[in-house]
Design a protein around this ligand. Structure first.
Ligand code: PHB
Length: 387
């Protein structure tokens, strides 16, 4: 009798304990970011935005607690990113992979997501083809063609007849170069000079000198987040503005993280992008306020909004899957999500798994003593033209 009762108690205890344990299991997010090295600003921005999301929306979603496992991949070593992704999946049993500061790093992790059947949220990298590298990839950042087409069109429609291009020589730069040329020349513009600068330790001076000598009406630029400061300094020192050459580009060059330190050299620069810290909406004001509390009053940039929305995608997926941690279930729950982001309305297209969003045309202006990308025109709900 005693034995039976004890057995019964043990059995019922086990039965009670099992669901409690399953419910108590956290949903781990393996967050891989460049926290050191030349692109550390991207890591810092995204990590702070991830913490901002958890602070604003709480840690529990779909009955599961989100737990962040952060790893630094240094930003320049795809083999390191791949090894970290593998370790996170195998040892930490993460249910999501997220982050990915640069395209080569997203490429490196893609096969790990496919093999482990773990949803992989690309929060930063922006080459078109990334979403095709794994059926488990979803993107909350942007794509270079998506951000480039509107400025090419704007320039052509605003009287720019010739524009040189200067891009960083790797996949997103080549995407930007191609998209700009295609759209600008389709509108009757000419591209007399196409320059590519190295990703590692670039010296912009000789390239800008060549642009000055060629005397185009405008210079279209793409450089990855963080590089804009060095480029703007050289642009000013080489006297390109005095030579009558207008600087245009995607918003990466006037990144909100560093814009305020660029000084007068940045004034009047027109770019197109998916996020400006100056975006006028209640959602953005709430985001900036909470971000400032997490990141000692820093200004969020476009990388931050990609991290913030990436966390929202994960949290909503978890909720819709009712806390089920199966990778395919989570992936299905994340596809097709649509919401009002601090940047505006966004959708993760159910078929392409890529982001559809408004692109704004913005001009750098001084307001209350600070520099901002002030939005003045909007192209609604732009998809990556390649998908
Ligand atoms: C990328 O490597 O895909 C990338 C990095 C920084 C940017 C844009 C794209 O600002």
């Amino acid at each position: 009798m005693m034995v039976t009762r004890r057995a019964l108690l043990a059995a019922s205890g086990a039965a009670l304990a099992a669901p409690a344990l399953a419910q108590g299991e956290a949903a781990k997010v393996g967050l891989i970011l460049p926290m050191s090295g030349p692109f550390a600003s991207t890591g810092r921005q995204i990590e702070a935005a991830v913490r901002t999301f958890l602070r604003m929306s709480g840690e529990s979603h779909g009955g599961k607690k989100l737990e962040i496992v952060l790893r630094d991949d240094t930003g320049v070593a795809p083999d390191v990113t791949r090894r970290l992704a593998q370790e996170l999946v195998v040892r930490e049993r993460v249910r999501f992979l997220a982050g990915f500061g640069l395209t080569p790093l997203a490429f490196a992790a893609a096969p790990v997501a496919t093999e482990a059947k773990v949803p992989m949220v690309v929060m930063a990298a922006a080459t078109s083809v990334i979403v095709q590298r794994s059926p488990f990839i979803l993107r909350t950042s942007f794509t270079l063609p998506q951000a480039t087409m509107p400025i090419a069109e704007w320039a052509a429609k605003n009287g720019v007849k010739s524009a040189a291009t200067l891009v960083t020589d790797y996949a997103p730069g080549l995407d930007a170069e191609r998209a700009f040329k295609e759209r600008f020349t389709a509108q009757g513009g000419q591209v007399p000079l196409e320059l590519r600068t190295p990703l590692r330790n670039p010296d912009y001076a000789p390239f800008l000198q060549r642009v000055r000598d060629a005397r185009p009406e405008a210079l279209f630029i793409f450089v990855p987040s963080g590089e804009g400061a060095a480029l703007m300094k050289q642009f000013a020192e080489r006297g390109l503005r005095e030579a009558g050459i207008r600087l245009i580009g995607t918003g990466d060059v006037v990144d909100d993280d560093i814009l305020n330190d660029m000084g007068d050299a940045a004034l009047g620069v027109v770019t197109s992008h998916h996020y400006s810290a100056a975006h006028d909406s209640a959602e953005n004001r709430a985001f900036r306020e909470a971000y400032g509390q997490v990141a000692s009053n820093a200004r969020p940039n476009f990388m931050a909004v990609g991290g913030f929305d990436g966390m929202r995608l994960i949290a909503e997926g978890l909720k819709k899957a009712e806390g089920n941690l199966d990778g395919e279930r989570l992936l299905a729950a994340m596809k097709g999500q649509s919401w009002m982001s601090p940047r505006g309305q966004i959708t993760i297209d159910a078929n392409t798994r890529d982001i559809v969003q408004d692109i704004h045309i913005r001009r750098v202006e001084r307001r209350d003593g600070q520099l901002w990308n002030v939005e003045f025109d909007r192209v609604p709900q732009v998809r990556d033209p390649g998908t």
